[in-house]
Design a protein around this ligand. Structure first.
Ligand SMILES: *Cc1c(COP(=O)(O)O)cnc(C)c1O
Length: 590
């Protein structure tokens, strides 16, 4: 038996003799394009992680909420005013339901929870089960039946109740399904309450108030936590009163006892930090920022990735299949894109661009040109992402399009329903699009950014633009999707781009400046003097850039490399050698 466990009393969660099973918990998971169970980067990352886990044959089971009404569908009127509609979907129409029911206590009421199962299949046929928790049961009080309806909807009471269902309900569900989990991975703080359920198990029925340091330590030996938020305000917090009322007095006191409160509030990040043996940020820079924010913790960095097979456009996939036949099983083969004839990369990308422009025409009625340089900017609309930075000196942008070469700019992104400043940014982009669009400059905002539109954009534009306020971008992943399609980025040096940018080889950096106006000026300079001249006047140079973008960044910024790092550093640090051997054996057996 694992030495670390001898001291603890965690009978039911004993490390399996050969391979420890991972339980992966995430509030949102982008499972399939037709299931509205995610809002943005966090959910897409979770889905991509599971797709790679399935490809690699990792022993893992995932837990999330069913989100019957989804996140929201975005409607934009002619002025860019956003309204929202629910996105109902019916799990019963497509997923099997699991037998067991579990119960959690919310506001003193018992809440029954069931699970729908989705089997995520990998490239070699291995599947990863995803359990989608659901409280819409007749046995429940009407107030509780809607707890698993709306992702990031409702007030903080609703959010805390959802986190009880996810963390505590999720752990009890995995137990009821008789999983023997050795590592619990909390993807962001939303799942932190699973530590309380694990503590209860450790005490085998004893009261939480009786827990000793060795019990906390036993929990800690099983928990891994990934933080995604670079600013304190982004972390989930609840008042003590709220926590005592909804979660219960004893659990709240236990959280206070372990130091899970910060500035007088129950803080999900602190709970997860206190009770995990491994903690990481999601890019090198985010690791540093997190260590500054939480100096008492040893916080590692594992840079995010994207699932290569999912985010490579169909024509580019066919090119990789022809020249790098094992790229799906081993994403590192993308390094050999340096050996793919450049004309084939260009032709595959041109196909992606045609498909994108056809979709733009369908949605907007506007016919854009295939031979005009096209920039993509699509992400969740939040003020720190500075969606309208490109219009800081709008007249300069218009002059660049006139003098250095025509421009087409495609925007997309949803603002959270409660985010008024975010909604204002969308209206501003609409205003500038009306004002500036001319023969040489076209700006279009596409409504309802989601998975499919994201794939079309990253697979079809010529340049991916990203200009958030530093250091707010923990990682960012959409530029990684673009890289797989040979699309370079122009981005501020934050998040993943600090690692991914090789100037003139994989894209360009917007220079670090203190003032937004100066960063915008750097953006214009690069566009005018480097990027547009290369695209319009040096076709050969642009082809080479597309090729090196795939080879350098596609081969690294994928979830397969990322998960291998979780395996070696977080899940089974002491078993690394034997697990690698196991993977190697599997890959030879194929
Ligand atoms: C990839 C993706 C995101 C995350 O992109 P970031 O660059 O991390 O902001 C968000 N939404 C959708 C629909 C995506 O496909």
């Amino acid at each position: 038996m694992d030495d670390r466990l001898k001291s603890g009393s965690l009978n039911a969660v004993r490390l399996a003799a050969s391979e420890g099973m991972v339980g992966y918990f995430s509030m949102e998971i982008a499972i399939e394009p037709s299931m509205p169970t995610y809002s943005g980067g966090l959910g897409v990352l979770a889905g991509d992680t599971l797709r790679s886990a399935a490809d690699m044959g990792l022993p893992l089971a995932a837990v999330t909420l069913v989100h019957r009404k989804g996140y929201f569908k975005q409607i934009l009127d002619a002025d860019g005013k956003q309204t929202e509609e629910p996105q109902p979907w019916d799990p019963a129409a497509r997923l099997p339901q699991e037998e067991p029911r579990v119960v959690v206590t919310i506001e003193g009421r018992p809440v029954h929870v069931r699970a729908w199962r989705y089997d995520m299949e990998g490239v070699t046929g291995h599947t990863i089960p995803i359990y989608m928790l659901d409280t819409d049961l007749e046995a429940n009080d009407p107030r509780d039946r809607t707890l698993t309806d709306q992702l990031y909807g409702g007030d903080t009471n609703y959010r805390l109740a959802q986190e009880i269902v996810l963390g505590i309900g999720g752990l009890r569900m995995l137990d009821a399904l008789e999983y023997d989990i050795s590592v619990y991975h909390m993807n962001e703080g939303h799942a932190a309450l699973l530590t309380m359920a694990l503590l209860e198990k450790t005490l085998s029925g004893g009261a939480l108030s009786s827990a000793q340091e060795r019990d906390f330590d036993a929990v800690r030996q099983h928990c891994v936590f990934t933080t995604h938020t670079p600013v304190p305000a982004g972390h989930d917090r609840f008042s003590i009163e709220q926590s005592e009322r909804i979660l219960g007095r004893e659990a709240t006191q236990t959280i206070e006892r372990i130091g899970g409160c910060h500035e007088g509030l129950v803080n999900m990040t602190y709970i997860a930090l206190r009770l995990s043996r491994f903690v990481n940020g999601v890019a090198m820079q985010h690791g540093k920022v997190s260590r500054e924010m939480f100096p008492e913790y040893d916080i590692a960095a594992i840079t995010n990735g994207v699932h290569a097979g999912t985010w490579t456009a169909p024509a580019m996939q066919a090119t990789f299949d022809k020249h790098l036949p094992r790229w799906r099983e081993d994403n590192m083969h993308l390094r050999y894109a340096i050996d793919i004839p450049q004309e084939e990369i260009v032709a595959a990308h041109a196909d992606g661009k045609r498909v994108l422009l056809a979709e733009v025409k369908k949605r907007s009625g506007i016919e854009l040109r295939e031979d005009v340089f096209t920039i993509g900017f699509a992400r969740r609309v939040a003020t720190y992402k500075r969606g309208d930075l490109l219009f800081t000196e709008a007249d300069r942008l218009a002059r660049i399009a006139q003098n250095a070469g025509s421009l087409q700019i495609l925007y997309a992104g949803k603002a959270h329903p409660a985010d008024e400043p975010g909604k204002q940014i969308i209206r501003h982009v609409f205003e500038e699009a009306h004002r500036l669009s001319s023969g040489s400059l076209h700006i279009i905002y596409l409504a309802d950014y989601e998975w499919r539109l994201g794939a079309l954009l990253t697979g079809g534009v010529d340049l991916w633009l990203n200009n958030p306020l530093r250091p707010y971008e923990a990682s960012g992943t959409s530029g990684m999707k673009a890289a797989l399609n040979g699309v370079p980025s122009l981005s501020v040096l934050d998040g993943w781009w600090i690692e991914g940018c090789i100037e003139g080889v994989t894209g360009w950096a917007i220079d670090d400046r203190d003032r937004a106006e100066d960063e915008a000026a750097s953006l214009y300079d690069k566009l005018e003097s480097k990027i547009l001249p290369l695209y319009y006047q040096d076709k050969q140079g642009w082809r080479k850039l597309m090729q090196t973008t795939i080879a350098m960044n596609g081969s690294f910024f994928n979830t397969q490399r990322m998960l291998e790092q979780y395996v070696s550093n977080a899940y089974y640090p002491e078993k690394k050698a034997s697990y690698s051997a196991h993977l190697l054996e599997q890959s030879f057996a194929r």
